[in-house]
Unconditional design. Structure first.
Length: 135
């Protein structure tokens, strides 16, 4: 059995810092062969589109995962989009750091967002003198 390379998902209760790159309305479909969602655009092969299940329009949030140094595409349902819009409005007003996590709610997985406003506060620490190899 081949192991499928699945994208990393945060553990239950693990909040991941993100940087918002874009929010798009995209056409998606589930690929049983690849076992993941596939983004559909004008360049997508028609034979691939025929194999897809649950083809739908969805809001896709494109973010940069700061912990894992990669770009992540998050499909947002209507309540999740409303929560994100609220958090992002607060972020634009006050600054801070946007965090996200995914939690199971019955059989479904939901995406939750949180704004960490204390992110801008920092502590000045004394750093010991560095020892250089070359002077």
């Amino acid at each position: 059995m081949n192991k499928i390379d699945r994208p990393y998902r945060p553990e239950h209760g693990e909040w991941t810092p993100i940087t918002v790159l874009n929010l798009e309305n995209r056409t998606l479909g589930w690929s049983p062969k690849l076992k993941k969602n596939v983004h559909i655009d004008d360049s997508t092969n028609p034979t691939i589109i025929e194999e897809l299940k649950r083809v739908r329009e969805a809001d896709t949030l494109i973010v940069y995962d700061q912990m894992r140094d990669r770009t992540v595409h998050l499909e947002l349902k209507e309540p999740e989009r409303e929560e994100f819009d609220s958090i992002y409005s607060q972020y634009l007003e006050t600054g801070g750091q946007i965090l996200y996590t995914r939690e199971k709610e019955g059989r479904k997985t939901i995406t939750l967002f949180m704004l960490e406003e204390e992110y801008g506060d920092f502590v000045v620490r004394e750093v010991p003198e560095k020892k250089y190899l070359f002077k």
